[in-house]
Design a protein around this ligand. Structure first.
Ligand code: PLP
Length: 395
């Protein structure tokens, strides 16, 4: 009677959601403060004051029918022009409104790109550890997700494996840096090597291979680390951006796809993006929030709390005996689990009310993700629970 696949997607919750809901139940039983819920990547830093001001200003200054009405499908031209100018200032690009397509966040942007590019049974490559929703997104457009195993030494790209998996069917690779879940930023060396391989494969196969750069965490970086702007390194790059994390607006659903002029057959790619958005019933991104983000393009992200949280958690985990990379960006740590079976490890952690997500969910068994976009005091109090958990393994 209904699509079995859709029923499965709608009723089988993701591990992250299941753990999060378990946390809510547990908090009702033992109190909010006694649950150390590291499960979900929901920003806990309030949106900057400039956002509230921009909302009020837009509502006061603009005609109500325009603010709440449809925009053209690619987005309000004035908003796109303002965003293009900001990108040009920051990254030395030459964008104008025609290079941008406003979307309902990064999830929509990525799915639209997959849909626009897929021509049957094309393959899309992701590098583990990767955002698990890529699997559903690619599947929904009839493509195939191919996963390059993780390089667990530094969570950069494992190029030997990548070269084995890239094939004439590869239509695009999806890159996410700063990365969810590893917290790693891909270095310039990594990006240059990736670009060189793709350029040579494009020549060999005689068709473009795109990079889809998924960058909702671009501004959340610590210690002044530079996040290479991928269109500068590789011409066939589509940038999927979102303000969900950078300005703490995940519920407002606002982002964009940037299509540089240099992309092979620009008009064809932009047209396919518009077509994919149309069939995915996009209509247009939030009309109000297009205007709001256009007024806030240069508002800095408030990263201080995340940086402090990341350091407290990292230092505490290392002291408790965990092995883990120092966070460079986003708001996740991805330490090694204390046994090979990361599901069993995360189950054991629950005994101490530590809610962690198994690395297997991100294509990287033997690790776990801890989202540190939570209260600092909760992280501080959780450290003794991590110690007890580690002691259980040392007995
Ligand atoms: C790597 C990554 N990509 C995309 C998204 C989707 O973000 P948005 O809220 O902009 O759709 C997320 C959300 O957590 C994410 O972590």
């Amino acid at each position: 009677m209904v699509s079995e696949k859709m029923y499965g997607l709608g009723t089988k919750k993701s591990t992250i959601r299941t753990i999060f809901e378990f946390g809510r139940k547990r908090a009702a039983e033992i109190g909010e403060d006694n649950v150390y819920d590291f499960s979900i990547g929901n920003p806990n830093v309030p949106a900057p004051a400039a956002i509230n001001k921009a909302i009020c200003d837009v509502l006061q200054e603009m005609d109500s029918c325009a603010v709440h009405g449809y925009t053209v499908a690619p987005g309000d031209p004035v908003a796109r022009e303002a965003i293009a100018k900001s990108i040009n200032r920051r990254f030395g690009m030459n964008f104008s409104s025609k290079n941008l397509f406003m979307t309902s966040g990064a999830a929509a942007a990525i799915t639209i790109c997959f849909k626009a590019l897929n021509e049957g049974d094309d393959e899309f490559i992701a590098f583990a550890p990767y955002f698990p929703e890529y699997g559903c997104f690619v599947d929904s457009v009839g493509g195939k997700l191919v996963v390059v195993p993780a390089n667990t030494s530094d969570f950069q790209i494992q190029f030997d494996e990548f070269e084995k998996l890239i094939s004439p069917k590869t239509k695009a690779v999806i890159v996410n840096s700063p990365n969810n879940p590893s917290g790693v930023v891909y270095s310039e060396k990594t990006i240059q090597r990736l670009a060189a391989i793709l350029e040579s494969k494009e020549k060999e196969y005689g068709h473009p291979i795109f990079i889809i750069s998924d960058e909702p965490y671009r501004e959340l970086v610590y210690g002044g680390i530079d996040v290479p702007y991928l269109p500068k390194y590789y011409k066939n790059t589509l940038v999927c951006y979102s303000w969900s994390k950078s300005l703490s607006l995940p519920g407002e659903r606002i982002g964009y796809i940037a299509v540089p002029d240099e992309v092979t057959d620009f008009g064809c790619v932009y047209g396919a993006i518009a077509g994919a958005a149309r069939i995915l019933t996009h209509v247009n991104a939030s009309s109000l929030f297009q205007r709001v983000v256009a007024r806030c393009t240069d508002v800095p992200s408030d990263i201080a709390a995340y940086e402090e949280n990341g350091n407290i958690l990292y230092n505490g985990l290392v002291e408790a005996g965990f092995s883990c990379l120092k966070p460079q960006g986003a708001f996740y740590l991805f330490p090694k689990a204390l046994e090979d079976d990361d599901y069993a490890f995360c189950e054991k952690a629950k005994k101490y009310d530590l809610l962690l997500v198994p690395g297997s969910d991100f294509g990287c068994p033997g690790y776990f993700r801890a989202a540190y976009c939570i209260k600092k005091e909760t992280i501080e109090r959780s450290l003794s629970a991590f110690k007890k958990l580690a002691e259980e393994y040392n007995k």
